[in-house]
Design a protein around this ligand. Structure first.
Ligand SMILES: *Cc1c(COP(=O)(O)O)cnc(C)c1O
Length: 420
């Protein structure tokens, strides 16, 4: 792709972009003068689809008109509401429907998955995470280590970038496993790293972990709706992700959970129980002994919040119509253009730390601005450019293919250049 550093080119790209009309399906925040913000934090909180209100209103109306009968009589009966999400969510992450359920929130799901999949023994108990893991994931695995009576410092192995580098090298994980793999019970890795935007080779990580009899779990918070993780084919044992980042389902909305088919039907796997992972057929008999359901649904505990699920359905209906292939195609172009423009600034003080290979990244570019401090981020925000600042000197910026334009990217880089 040949890019050009001018506004006309950016506008022409938008004109030729078959996905451009999708932007109209989203509420774009505006400044006082009615101009759209340049919103680049779909990796933190995705924008609201205009249809979301209708989806939620439908459930509010059914609740108002039907009360408890809504469980059976609502337009979308609440009893099976979560099933409306399953196929669509499975497509987004490349899984079979039996492997996927939407429930709880992300960190909660990680814990419930570790109840089943972190089963340490006296000799095989360590956990591997990436050194720049998202704090919630680190706290979660550390608390699991402590809960099982292990040491949350020495029994936690960090997969680190090499001296002087920022990105992870998969060969280093191989080396860790070669030397310590026999003592490792679990790998919990961010599929797309929240800080660098690096998309790791999930299949290879699964193969390497399994070769040492380790369980491999993936946090897909920055992957779901962004890249194609092909969860089933990758062979990873489990995964979890939130729906408020690239999946645009609203602040604190419910999370996704994946359990690979090879485990999903194993009713003997230890797990926590509630009435919602009990066999659907006899759930309401109320007096039957616990009889676990097959599939990822067998990890549910509670009847779910329908209002949050309505927002997820509104969003997944958009993903389902567009498809991840088309989204990825645009995303590679859009982020490629962003990278091109940043490089055109031609300053030694600016460095993109995200991999330049499109196969090793999603939308996000993490841009290190040497000698800058948080005042740069403040100035960007004053210009209605919404980005995310990470200390000491990194701007995380994610043009998302559903609602960002080539013009957004062009304008952002022009203003950034001016501020430098
Ligand atoms: C966003 C994010 C979280 C947030 O966890 P919640 O339980 O949804 O608050 C956790 N882990 C990763 C990797 C994230 O990107």
């Amino acid at each position: 792709m040949k890019y050009q550093n001018n506004l006309e080119f950016a506008k022409q790209q938008d004109k030729e972009d078959p996905l451009a009309p999708l932007r109209n399906q989203f509420h774009i925040p505006k400044d006082k003068n009615g101009n759209d913000w340049l919103y680049f934090t779909g990796n933190s909180l995705g924008l609201q689809p205009k249809a979301t209100k209708e989806y939620i209103n439908q459930e509010l109306e059914d609740w108002a008109n039907l009360g408890v009968e809504g469980h059976f009589e609502a337009k979308n009966p609440w009893l099976n509401y979560h099933e409306l999400l399953t196929d669509k969510m499975a497509k987004v992450v490349g899984a079979k429907p039996v492997e996927v359920v939407v429930m709880n929130t992300l960190t909660t799901n990680l814990h419930l998955l570790m109840v089943s999949f972190y089963r340490p023994t006296k000799t095989k108990y360590k956990i591997i995470i990436e050194s720049d893991a998202f704090p919630s994931d680190r706290y979660a695995v550390q608390s699991q280590l402590k809960f099982h009576g292990f040491d949350d410092e020495t029994d936690l192995i960090e997969w680190k970038p090499r001296e002087g580098e920022t990105l992870l090298n998969i060969e280093d994980l191989e080396t860790i496993l070669e030397f310590e793999g026999d003592e490792v019970a679990l790998l919990l890795i961010g599929g797309v790293n929240y800080y660098t935007g690096q998309f790791l080779d999930l299949e290879r990580i699964a193969q390497m972990g399994h070769a040492k009899d380790c369980i491999v779990g993936i946090d897909l918070a920055h992957g779901a709706g962004n890249i194609q993780p092909n969860l089933h084919d990758s062979g990873v044992d489990f995964a979890a992700w939130c729906t408020y980042k690239y999946l645009n389902a609203g602040p604190g909305s419910l999370a996704g959970l994946f359990v690979h088919e090879k485990h999903a039907k194993n009713k003997k796997l230890p797990r926590f129980a509630g009435w919602w992972n009990h066999n659907k057929e006899t759930r309401f008999n109320m007096r039957k002994p616990f009889d676990v359901m097959e599939g990822a649904e067998g990890w549910q505990l509670s009847n779910p919040p329908i209002l949050s699920m309505a927002a997820i359905l509104a969003s997944l209906d958009i993903f389902d119509k567009v498809g991840m292939d088309a989204l990825r195609q645009k995303s590679e172009k859009l982020t490629g253009y962003f990278e091109f423009l940043i490089n055109e600034i031609g300053s030694d003080d600016i460095k993109i730390i995200t991999p330049s290979n499109p196969k090793e990244r999603g939308c996000q570019l993490s841009i290190q601005v040497k000698k800058a401090d948080k005042s740069l981020h403040k100035k960007l925000t004053e210009n209605h450019i919404i980005t995310d600042w990470r200390e000491p000197d990194v701007i995380r910026c994610a043009p998302t293919p559903l609602y960002n334009t080539f013009e957004d990217v062009y304008r952002m880089v022009s203003i950034l250049k001016g501020l430098l």
